[in-house]
Design a protein around this ligand. Structure first.
Ligand code: G16
Ligand code: MG
Length: 215
């Protein structure tokens, strides 16, 4: 039986991808190139520095030093956090809050497992922080998804064994990370893309507690 639900943040609880896109695009534009929203899909679930490497690759920027890269990532994050600071609970994705609440009411533990270092501020803006028993994010992990570290740390913090956890993920690398952790995975998004998941739905508004027992 399922004892814990671990939720990815971006793309599952809230759609911050649009803000990441605007901020990365601004950085690219300042450097004299551009990229598409389609390319931006590849940045989902990917850490900040790995995202920067992808963006620089699209602009054929190959000569940036580590110090320059740090400065670019900081510049992007400043624009990103300006937008994040304006977020309100209206931006919580449909059914997300209700589903997390239904888990808690059923005695199922809840955690966030995100690559984002901005997780604390995002959860605060959405007024969701108290709904999670544990928060594991980009500030507390050293290995990015598909490494299972983020979800294993979540299970450990909750005191639940990995086999009794379900992960909710919108990114291919995130579903892989859940599977690498020995957990069940519910994909949020395209069944074609997230084929490694045990089941795929298009949002938490489509998930029920009964569904969890069939995984
Ligand atoms: C999220 C986003 C990624 C972003 C990463 C790091 O992951 O999906 O696009 O690059 O966090 O974000 P930050 O720059 O805020 O540390 P997740 O795991 O919540 O989907
Ligand atoms: Mg995500």
């Amino acid at each position: 039986t399922i004892k814990a639900c671990i939720f990815d943040l971006d793309g599952v609880i809230v759609d911050t991808a649009v803000y990441h896109y605007k901020a990365w695009k601004r950085l690219a534009n300042e450097m004299g190139f551009d990229f598409t929203e389609h390319q931006n899909e590849q940045l989902k679930g990917v850490s900040r520095m790995a995202s920067l490497d992808l963006v620089l690759g699209w602009g054929n920027v190959t000569d940036a030093t580590d110090a320059e890269k740090e400065e670019m990532a900081t510049r992007k994050n400043t624009w990103y956090t300006e937008m994040i600071n304006l977020m309100t609970p209206d931006e919580i994705l449909s059914g997300a809050q209700e589903f997390v609440e239904s888990c808690r009411n059923a005695g199922i533990k809840t955690a966030i497992g995100s690559a984002s270092k901005n997780t604390p501020i995002i959860l605060a803006k959405l007024q969701l922080t108290p709904l999670f028993d544990a928060i594991v994010d980009g500030n507390s992990v050293s290995k990015a998804k598909p490494d299972p570290e983020v979800f294993l740390k979540g299970a450990e913090a909750l005191g639940v064994s990995p086999a009794d956890c379900v992960v909710f993920e919108d990114a291919v690398a995130g579903v892989e990370a859940a599977k690498n952790a020995g957990m069940k995975a519910v994909g949020i998004g395209s069944p074609k893309l997230l084929s490694e998941a045990d089941v795929v739905v298009n949002g938490l508004d489509k998930v029920t507690l009964e569904m969890l027992e069939t995984l």
